[in-house]
Design a protein around this ligand. Sequence first.
Ligand code: MG
Length: 270
Amino acid sequence: MSPLACTLAALALLGAAIPATLAACQDPQPGYTDTPLLPDGWRVHDKNRPRPAAVDPGPATTLPTPAPSDAIVLFDGSSLDAFHSGGGPAKWNLVDGAMEGNRSGDLFTKAEFGDCQLHIEWRAPSPVKGDSQGRGNSGVFFFGRYEVQVLDSYQNPTYADGQASALYGQLPPLVNACRPPGQWQAYDIVFVAPRFADGKLVSPARVTVFHNGVLTQHDEALLGTTEHRALGSYEPHGERGPIKLQDHGDPVRFRNLWVRPLQLQRPAAK
Ligand code: MG
C-alpha cells in the first residue's frame, strides 16, 4: 500500500483503529530505490541491501571503560566545557552523569583532532519512540563531516547503511552488535584522517569500529562526506577538525568520552 493510500485508509477509520492502521503501514524494509549508486553497486540507503546479522555482544558489565593515562577526557559527566554548539555554549542536558540531546543543536569539540582513537558510550531512549531512522538517531562526526552512525538498530529493519556503526550512507556494519534500547553501549573507533596535497585528495579517511567490543568496521575507506540520499565527496581541509555529536532530535545519551590523538600515516621514506 502506498503511503498516501495508507494515510487515506487510516483517515477512513475512526478512534483507536487509526494508530493501528498507521502502524501496519510502516514499511517493513525501509530504504530507497532512487538514490545514487555507490562504487560497490548498492544504492545509498539501498532498500534491498541485506541487513547485517545480529550479534549479541553480551552484557554491558565492562562499562564504563576507564580512560588510559594518555587520553584526553572530553566528557566525564561533570560538564560540557569541552564542547560548543554553533559557536555558543553547549546546551545539552546533563542527566545522571551523561549528556543528552535536547534539540538545542549539534555539539562540537573545542579541541580539534586528526588521526585518533575515540571511546564513546551511548544509550538509546527507552521505551522506544519512532521507527527506522527516527529511533535513537545521533552520530559521531569526525572533522564534523564523516559520520559513524549512532542509532537504536536493535531489531530495527532500517536500511543497512544507516544502522548503528554504519559509515552513514556508504557502508553497513559487518554485524549488528546493538544492545537493546536503554542499555549502555560503546564505540571504540580508530579514525585515520584523509590527506590532501595541493588541493587534492592523497589518501581517503579510514575507519575501524568496535561496537560493544565487536568489530563492525575494519580499516574501511570513506568515499567522502557522509550524506543523506546523496554521494559524499572530499573537500580539502586541515589536518585537524572537531568531533561532532549529532542532535537529530532524539534524546540519546552519551557518557565517558575520551580520545587519544594519533599519527598513523607517516611520510613516505625518501
Ligand atoms: Mg545520525
